[in-house]
Design a protein around this ligand. Sequence first.
Ligand code: UPG
Ligand code: MN
Length: 792
Amino acid sequence: MATEKAAEDGGDHRQHHPILANLITGIKEEEQVERELDVNEISELCQAHCKGIPASQGLDQRKATTEVCEFDDDGSGQLAEKCQTMYQQADHFRLCNIPKPGENGGGSSRYGWLGMLGAELWFGFYWLLTQSLRWNRVHRHTFRDRLLLRYENELPRVDVFVCMADPAIEPPVMVINTVLSVMAYNYPPEKLSVYLSDDAGSELTFYALLEASRFAKNWIPYCKKFNVEPRSPAAYFASLSVSDQSDADFSKIKRLYEDMANRIDVACKAGTVSDQAKLEYKGFSKWDSYTSKKNHAAILQILIDSRDEETKDIDGVRLPTLVYMAREKHPQHFHNFKAGAMNALLRVSSEISNGPVILNVDCDMYSNNSNSIQDALCFFMDEERSHEIAFVQFPQSFENSTKNEIYGSLRVLDEVEFHGLDGYGGPLYTGTGCFHRRDTLYGREFSKEARIDLKSSCPEKMEEYVHELEERLERLASSMYEENTQWGNEIGLKYGCPVEDVLTGLTIQCKGWKSVYYRPKRKGFLGVTATTLDQILVQHKRWSEGDLMILLSKYSPVRYGLGKLNPGLVLGYLTYCLWSPNCLATLYYSIVPSLYLLRGTSLFPQVSSKWFLPFAYVIIGELIHSFTEFLWSGGTVLGWWNEQRIWLYKRTSSYIFAFLDTMLKLFGSSNTTFIVTPKVTDEDVLLRYKQEKMEFGSASSMLTILSTLAMLNLFCLVGLVKILILTREFELKYAFETMALQILLCGVLVFVNMPLYNALFFRQDKGKIPSSIVVQSVVFALSVCISVELVL
Ligand SMILES: O=c1ccn([C@@H]2O[C@H](COP(=O)(O)OP(=O)(O)O[C@H]3O[C@H](CO)[C@@H](O)[C@H](O)[C@H]3O)[C@@H](O)[C@H]2O)c(=O)[nH]1
Ligand SMILES: [Mn+2]
């Protein structure tokens, strides 16, 4: 209703509507009044208002280019509070009822009990941490029209960095689709520069980029003319139905794209670029001395220079600058993975376009929204808030997710938790889809006085010839360049951590800067998520290991960050840094209670006892909370169930290895690695992925652990049934009275593992669990069960 009023009144009704008045002028009181309206109403209200004021009149009232909305509690807060009380009661029960030595099945029962107490204390503590991410959520809005009105000719130059590492698992056609999507941003081309870092230094990738630089001359004008979305050609063509594909322009551009993709595919299949293509473009001569992806000189090629009057698209408009860079690789010099590539890009780009704003995307994360640069600039150029903002992080969304997300998702993290972090001064930097100020990446401290002016003119024409410039800049990408410098330490992205992004973001925030989380309706970026269980477990091992390393490093948020970060943000960081130690409590909880079933020893309160209630409440309350939150975030019921399985699998495999590896690193006996996530999938694996059949595939130690745990729980449940039926040692009623929760826990674990049993014993396809693991897991689980029966 408020919206309609605003639209009708048009003109100057700011006096009548206090909320609107605050929104438009950016007065600080919005916190108190905004709770009256929900997010959509506010946005509609603002849009209606903007339409009502002619541009010339309302300009000075439209200074704010962004808006912050606090988020109303959806009622889950009460449930959370109640859960907290119940958690305390459950712990109280544990403390008051520790079995005495020799009581109830001997000393083992006492230790089992104490272990449960430890695990529950941990769960309670961790649960509190996760709540911190939900207390203070904020949502943000941008007003792009105001940005353009105010800064049309002074928009900053923007440099886009695309990183890739291996053409075998990151196919060149996919990479150039990402490159083309960012070249076609709705942004003045002379102010846009795109840099591709190829860590393999592959001539195939270079060839693909060369092809893309030619295709861009048709593609960019086509996108702008028809306002195409998304601007990755492959994604755009795939998004259209047959009836959309009739006109001549479309047929032409599609044919051009397919011809180009074919040529690249042919080269990739042959493993080399044709001699003719090499003759046509002399840049290929730089590969004459190339030996391998781990050993080659730096290669830098400016494929399009926007300053060059000659290079224009088919409509005669200038093109964005396009640069290919392969930094030097040498077996004796550690290359620091993506962080090393980003730092080389920082140096090289500073000499070409030197954009004060930098966007980084992974090679699979194409731009899905052609206005993202403008959105990000609304934050960087907002007159009131921008001076303290160092980076704007967009969520990581995936194009190839299936409906029920068999390998889990980042759904709750994206839709809930990062908004919570934003409320405390900023989300973590999570790599792809993040806009930075160049200065803060260089290590600049925040200062209230020194405001950084981003407004910039078009880059000036270079005096140097392009090939001289290229040669000079190749030195900036040499493997020796960083020796005895502060790069990777005080300057640029930080080295030594598998999550260079989180660490870098943390240190930026510790220097006094804030960050922004922006999740527009139309997703900003779409990438490729893992399509096998192994891939997702390896990725989460890397992430959780990196996060724990940060906690134990000198940049630990609890030591280094204390006093520098908002306490809420410290708790937020802790939630992620403590991902991997979760493995201990989860392992305990998924093994010990089940094993105690075999001896008929109860580790939980009896059903009729007053202590049963807090346990039941915590379990049910938490389930309802996570279930509703998941559905509210747009997930499906089955998706939530799958998420529970992946939750368990990550905690009992990825996190264990991450934890152990970090401990080894503490004692100096393990090296940092970075296993790049594959972005291609075999056809039959893809088919199973689309059918949402879990892909177990090759043998790995993580899979052995998961299978052994699943078998162990199955044996315990079967063992209990055997005892109940055959030996009649104790009655059914008595068993449920004393061990209901324990039986429930074991039963749920078995139920969660159904797809795993299927893959162990029934499936015939290649995604089943290899027979070596079947044997191992059965033998391990059986021997544990037997020895427990004998010992306990
Ligand atoms: O030596 C390397 C290794 C990786 N990469 C690139 O880094 C990106 C991320 O690698 P990927 O295997 O896709 O890892 P993810 O776990 O999917 O990446 C997430 O996590 C990383 C570590 O936190 C961040 O760097 C990423 O931006 C973020 O998307 C890809 O474009 C790679 O090509 C390099 O350029 N050089
Ligand atoms: Mn990735």
